[in-house]
Design a binder for this molecule. Structure first.
Ligand SMILES: Cc1cc2nc3c(=O)[nH]c(=O)nc-3n(C[C@H](O)[C@H](O)[C@H](O)COP(=O)(O)O)c2cc1C
Length: 199
């Protein structure tokens, strides 16, 4: 049995070897990212996910920020490895910053008090759905990406640099670009450990 969605899901992999040559124009990539985030599900259709899309020098600026923030906290003998990793992200064509709007979460908590404790959790889950949708859509277009988490290290500087509203909470960063290396094999745990099927 073949299924087009499963085929694309399988195509999405972590790519660290990123280059600058994209198969699509920045406008087309922007459109793709917007569509993926727009059509990702969210609790109560709250649409709490936000994204800042950085291309070229703006993306490089983000990774310099990360590098300088890491320089302050990573032990000197470990910094070279961190720096090499970050340089790899900067070598891509762009970076998507994923946020969740905490004003939306608060509004929902006030409106539906019964579920108040769940809304922050559902917001995180919605963010994951948006990230997965974007990552998979990029993969379908032949664009490589990975998922990074340098928040909250750079949150304040990001907000200041790209005019991010105070209610937007940075959740993840996705550097993307051309695939410079093939993907390695991926190991999977046993179905018996993972699934139970009844009926
Ligand atoms: C919630 C979540 C958090 C992740 N965080 C990171 C991260 O901080 N850095 C990183 O390099 N990869 C991160 N990853 C990527 C995983 O390591 C990767 O998806 C996993 O090893 C499977 O490999 P694949 O993406 O090639 O299928 C994250 C993935 C998920 C779903």
């Amino acid at each position: 049995m073949t299924n087009a969605v499963i085929d694309v899901i399988k195509k999405r992999r972590t790519q660290y070897a990123l280059g600058k040559d994209l198969p699509l124009s920045p406008d087309a990539v922007t459109h793709l990212i917007k569509e993926a985030v727009r059509h990702a599900p969210s609790s109560f259709n709250s649409q709490s996910s936000r994204a800042v899309i950085l291309f070229g020098a703006e993306s490089e600026k983000f990774w310099s920020m990360v590098k300088e923030a890491l320089r302050k906290i990573v032990p000197e003998d470990a910094f070279a490895a961190s720096e090499a990793r970050v340089n790899g992200f900067a070598a891509g064509a762009g970076t998507i910053l994923f946020f969740e709007d905490q004003d939306v979460v608060k509004e929902l908590q006030e409106k539906f008090a019964l579920y108040a404790d769940n809304f922050p959790i559902w917001s995180e889950q919605s963010s994951g759905m948006a990230q997965f949708a974007v990552w998979t859509a990029l993969a379908e277009s032949g664009i490589g990406a990975s998922l990074q988490h340098y928040n909250p290290l750079v949150d304040a500087e990001v907000a200041q640099t790209w005019d991010v509203p105070p209610s937007w909470k940075l959740r993840a960063q996705m550097p993307f670009g051309s695939n410079l290396q093939p993907f390695g094999d991926k190991a999977f745990i046993d179905d018996a450990v993972r699934f139970k099927v009844f009926g």
